[in-house]
Design a protein around this ligand. Structure first.
Ligand SMILES: NC(=O)N[C@@H](CC(=O)O)C(=O)O
Ligand SMILES: [Zn+2]
Ligand SMILES: [Zn+2]
Length: 427
């Protein structure tokens, strides 16, 4: 592999533009570099960040390759600035055993655009009844376990999962939804749902599970990760739990930072997602909680769906939204432009914290000589218009369709190799 020079880039958006030399997958020099026979990427003062890490991606392979594959999802990830993604276990067959997780990992390596880490299911078939073989999957390299799509609602099963996860030094990521409180739920329980005649998904269904799990984790001395936090009350519980020394981390999705249940008025199922879009007050609180570190990171919950599963009447439509190619721009819009985060903060929530939570040694690293060149180059000033049909994903279910958003990914580097540049995949 030829050496590569990133010309005129600003690490963390700080200081005057510098050149960064990358050789053998590692940052070899920062400053004025000269190297004959190097490929160059012109930064034009763009912001250089550690490559993004997504703890929550649905790649749909195996089982629904008509909506996304590991190849198309990896391309979407690279174009979105990601160098590592965690592929959720709710595939068909479910990733509740060594064979499926090894298949996902191998396919990810073959595609080679982003590190694809399989998430293992907590329970067999995501049924919430019998623990899956966490130890066997951990031995096969799984670091994150989740029944995402479903809540591990039985407290005894959840407690056992936490105890095993502690022994195995892995983390359980919970989709917090008390199922008895969300039977038939279609929208955030509140004024808007009443107005639209949609059955409510109460905030307490999320908050009660998060509170319970924080207590279980504290007593077990285990780590817990909370998926897609969506309410003010959950942020409050997390604050309380962290103050008590609970080893809990949490993610928020871009769509919960920007969108609210106001959008449901059109009954367009592109806005249907689990947990549901909440109120403007919740979105504002989630932004604050992310800025303060009460919520640790941003995760996309990239959830591709086929037209026939999405473009139907509201109650029949599947929940979920695309996220990989819009996440950065939504973070710029909601967190950077509002002054809530600077670029160091973006590096923290998009890369460093997720890498720490999952225990990835070579991601979310400082931009320094000797460090692995997993990097994302971002132009903060240009805007672009979202077109779902143009995404690398097979599915096109983006709620941001037609929006003009700030921030573009100029280039993504995986161990020094350019995976995406100028909005195109380089394989
Ligand atoms: N977020 C969603 O609305 N859907 C996800 C499952 C999930 O994340 O709970 C999916 O797999 O489609
Ligand atoms: Zn979920
Ligand atoms: Zn999910």
């Amino acid at each position: 592999m030829k050496p590569l020079i990133l010309k005129g880039v600003r690490p963390y958006g700080e200081g005057e533009p510098v050149d960064v030399l990358i050789r053998d997958g590692v940052i070899a020099a920062i400053g004025d570099v000269t190297e004959e026979d190097a490929e160059t990427v012109d930064g034009n003062g763009a912001v250089l960040l550690p490559g993004f890490v997504d703890l929550h991606t649905h790649l749909r392979e195996p089982g629904r390759e008509d909506t996304e594959t590991i190849a198309t999802g990896s391309a979407a990830a690279a174009l979105g600035g990601y160098t590592a993604v965690f592929a959720m276990a709710n595939t068909n067959p479910v990733a509740d055993n060594e064979v499926v997780v090894q298949h996902v990992a191998r396919r990810g390596r073959e595609v080679g655009l982003v590190d694809v880490h399989p998430v293992g299911a907590v329970t067999v078939g995501l049924e919430g009844v019998k623990l899956a073989e966490l130890g066997t999957m951990a031995k096969a390299g799984v670091r994150v376990f989740s029944d995402d799509g479903h809540c591990v609602h039985d407290p005894l099963i959840m407690r056992r999962a936490l105890e095993y996860s502690k022994a195995l030094d892995v983390v359980v990521a919970q989709h917090a939804e008390e199922p008895r409180l969300t039977v038939g739920a279609q929208a955030h329980e509140g004024e808007q749902a009443s107005r639209l005649g949609l059955q409510g998904w109460p905030a307490a269904a999320e908050e009660s599970i998060v509170a319970r799990d924080c207590l279980l984790a504290l007593h077990a001395g285990a780590r817990l990760h909370v998926c897609h936090v969506s309410t003010t009350g959950t942020a409050d519980v997390l604050k309380w739990a962290k103050a008590r020394g609970t080893q809990v981390s949490a993610e928020v999705t871009p769509h919960h930072l920007l969108l609210t249940d106001e959008r449901l008025a059109t009954y367009d199922p592109v806005n249907k997602v689990n947990p549901p879009l909440r109120t403007a007050g919740d979105a504002a609180e989630l932004r604050e909680a992310l800025a303060e570190g009460v919520i640790d990171c941003v995760a996309t919950d990239h959830a591709p769906h086929a037209v026939q599963d999405k473009d139907t009447e509201w109650s029949a439509a599947r929940p979920g939204m695309l996220g990989l190619q819009t996440a950065l721009s939504i973070v710029v819009e909601t967190m950077v432009r509002t002054g809530l985060l600077d670029w160091r903060g973006v590096a923290r929530v998009m890369s460093e914290r997720p890498a720490e939570i999952a225990g990835l040694p070579d991601q979310g690293r400082p931009i320094e000589v000797g460090e692995p060149a997993n990097l994302t180059l971002v132009d903060p000033d240009t805007t672009w218009t979202v077109r779902g049909a143009e995404f690398a994903s097979i599915a096109a279910n983006t709620p941001f369709e037609g929006m003009e958003l700030p921030g573009t990914v100029v280039a993504t580097l995986l161990r020094g190799r350019v995976t995406a540049v100028g909005g195109r995949i380089r394989s």
